[in-house]
Write a protein that binds this ligand. Structure first.
Ligand SMILES: [Fe+2]
Ligand SMILES: [Fe+2]
Length: 111
């Protein structure tokens, strides 16, 4: 697996997600936050991948919640945009898990 190439692809997709989300926030009349979360880093490549995997997993959990909120508000177009992002995030999660020799556990609400 070409990990560097895969991460490069993720980075481009993350930028496109940020733009999509910024547009949705603007539509709702808000202002996108510009404070980035602390980036966990490590000398060890596997630890870096593990941190990245944990971030993707948290991101997926958050986007799933946003989809539920959009549906409750009948914001179906926004829900659709977030679902598109979710498809990418799940791909990222699977790619990182695969690079670490792990498998992805489905995260259901009860889990
Ligand atoms: Fe993203
Ligand atoms: Fe991602």
């Amino acid at each position: 697996m070409n990990i560097a190439g895969e991460l490069e692809k993720h980075a481009a997709q993350e930028l496109s997600h940020a733009l999509i989300i910024a547009k949705q926030i603007d539509y709702l009349g808000g202002m996108p936050a510009v404070e980035a979360k602390t980036v966990r880093t490590s000398e060890k490549a596997t630890e870096m991948l593990q941190f990245d995997l944990e971030n993707e997993t948290e991101t997926i959990r958050n986007y799933r919640e946003r989809v539920r909120q959009c549906e409750e508000l009948a914001e179906y177009a926004m829900s659709e945009q977030i679902r598109e992002i979710l498809i990418d995030e799940q791909d990222h999660q699977i790619a990182l898990a695969t690079a670490l020799g792990k498998s992805v556990q489905p995260q259901h609400k009860a889990a």
